[in-house]
Design a protein around this ligand. Structure first.
Ligand code: TYC
Length: 108
């Protein structure tokens, strides 16, 4: 199809604008990671993984051990507001029992 010079320029311009867009957008999903420490009891971490991240018992144990052995692990991937809520829930539950357990967010 033949296009007028004007149309070609417009199309080229639109394409250039669209290609730049993904780099400017904020990531929409965030990973919630649990961090290891030397003091939080293993059973408490398993409880948190079940209550906050809705893991079954066996998966919660595996995930807790993976954090214990590797330093951290991803517990779930969520939109920002949900991910922030999970971090706060972990912080609140740990704080109630005076455990140093921590979770953080990272862009997916
Ligand atoms: N390392 C802790 C212990 O030996 C257990 C633990 C696991 C703590 C996972 C935090 O996110 C954590 N009691």
């Amino acid at each position: 199809m033949r296009l007028s010079k004007d149309r070609q320029v417009t199309q080229h311009h639109e394409q250039a604008v669209q290609e730049a867009k993904p780099a400017l957008q904020k990531p929409t999903l965030y990973m919630v990671l649990l961090l290891n420490d030397d003091y939080t009891p293993m059973e408490f971490v398993v409880d948190v993984l079940q209550q906050v991240f809705f893991k079954g018992y066996d998966e919660a144990v595996q995930l807790m051990l993976s954090v214990h052995n590797s330093g951290q692990a991803v517990c779930g991937v969520y939109p920002l507001e949900i991910a922030e809520m999970k971090v706060k829930q972990v912080q609140d539950l740990a704080g109630e029992q005076k455990h140093p357990l921590k979770s953080i967010l990272e862009p997916e």
